[in-house]
Design a binder for this molecule. Structure first.
Ligand SMILES: Nc1ncnc2c1ncn2[C@@H]1O[C@H](COP(=O)(O)OP(=O)(O)O)[C@@H](O)[C@H]1O
Ligand SMILES: [Mg+2]
Length: 349
């Protein structure tokens, strides 16, 4: 098949995405497909013709993710010019000439439904959920509101933090609490506040970032995530960071977190977590694949945190490990995602 892998993009998670994209591109080439890797934000960037990308080597530097998230102002300056477009030159034309676009994008500008809507309008099939489910899943507040009656999710409040209300929020927030941007990913901007000083720092950072913020009850328990592929839950995976919580560095530095797949939990727990992931997946209208994050308390209650519609496919990512637990290697997983996606697009999902 002729496959265009879209990665990068104007998102704080662009480096994670380039790592996912490089891995997906390599795996699909190894399986005999004609595959190109393109950065959504930079586009053709000087290359004469999109067809050249199909034989271009994959930069090795893409595979490893640096410890810190990139500075988007620097990324913008690197592209130069003053185009306000988040879509680089030649991207849509190159998409239109592919049989399918594999979305290896993460975060805003990729996972949030907007590129899915553009590809729908272009008439090009792409991988993963459609535009509406993607947009809902990107919004942690909306997702929680939709699923709250069906699965357990930590108590939360969604606010816009300002100089005026920060004191009131300090007084009424029960500690420990988690402070996170409404539409982030990869733990960027996520704070676990155990005391007043940490809470102040977290809320002040929300003022700087702008946008809405979710203040959530901290749940003590085991961190377990589960992927949905097609209409089934894969075996769950437990994450045990060596230090701190599952933040950006612990997510992408090899060896920083111990991952156990299948998670060593009882069959009842496994079923409860898998069922909760499927309920969320169906309630917000997702298709093809996704990965849901949970904290499971001592009594086995899974608390749903969020669901990712284009989960990571990097060397340290979790969905490939869950697929491997049912005997599906990385290349086969990529092909399966494409195959289920093609069916979903035909059905208008
Ligand atoms: N309510 C919570 N209780 C305990 N830990 C949490 C809670 N919310 C988030 N975390 C921790 O922060 C990490 C990132 O939060 P998450 O909601 O998954 O956002 P992101 O989209 O950035 O991955 C989680 O994997 C978990 O380790
Ligand atoms: Mg998460």
């Amino acid at each position: 098949m002729k496959i265009l892998v879209l990665a990068g993009g104007f998102s704080p998670e662009r480096n994670v995405s380039l790592s996912s994209g490089a891995m997906v591109c390599q795996a699909l080439r190894d399986r005999g497909h004609q595959v190109a890797l393109m950065d959504l934000f930079f586009g053709l960037d000087g290359a004469v013709d999109g067809e050249n990308l199909y034989s271009a080597p994959i930069p090795d530097s893409f595979k490893r993710v640096a410890r810190a998230a990139p500075d988007l102002e620097e990324v913008k300056a690197r592209r130069g010019g003053d185009s306000p477009s988040a879509i680089g030159p030649g991207v849509l034309e190159t998409c239109a000439r592919a049989e399918v676009v594999f979305l290896a994008l993460h975060g805003t500008c990729g996972e949030d439904g907007r590129i899915q809507a553009a590809l729908d309008l272009l008439g090009v099939p792409y991988t993963g959920s459609g535009y509406l489910g993607s947009a809902i899943a990107m919004d942690k507040d909306l997702t929680k509101r939709l699923v709250a009656g069906k699965v357990k999710t930590p108590r939360w409040e969604t606010v816009t933090v300002t100089e005026e209300n920060i004191q009131e929020l300090m007084e009424k927030t029960v500690l420990p609490a988690v402070v996170k941007p409404i539409a982030s990913g990869s733990s960027i901007g996520v704070y676990i506040a155990k005391n007043q000083a940490e809470l102040r720092r977290a809320l002040e950072s929300s003022i700087c970032q702008g946008g809405r913020t979710v203040i959530e009850e901290y749940i003590r328990g085991r961190e377990i995530q589960v992927a949905v592929l097609g209409d089934k839950a894969l075996p769950s995976i437990e994450i045990i960071p060596r230090e701190g919580f599952y933040d950006y560095a612990n997510k992408y530095q090899p060896g920083a977190a111990h991952e156990v797949c299948p998670a060593r939990i009882s069959r009842e727990w496994e079923k409860a977590i898998g069922d909760a992931a499927l309920t969320v997946f169906r309630t917000i209208g997702l298709s093809v694949y996704a990965r849901a994050d949970f904290i499971v308390t001592q009594d086995g209650t899974p608390y749903f945190l969020e669901i990712n519609t284009l989960p990571g496919m990097t060397p340290t990512s979790l969905v490939p490990q869950e697929a491997a637990a049912v005997g599906m290697d990385y290349g086969k997983l990529c092909e399966t995602i494409i195959q289920i996606s093609m069916e979903a697009r035909k059905e208008g999902l």
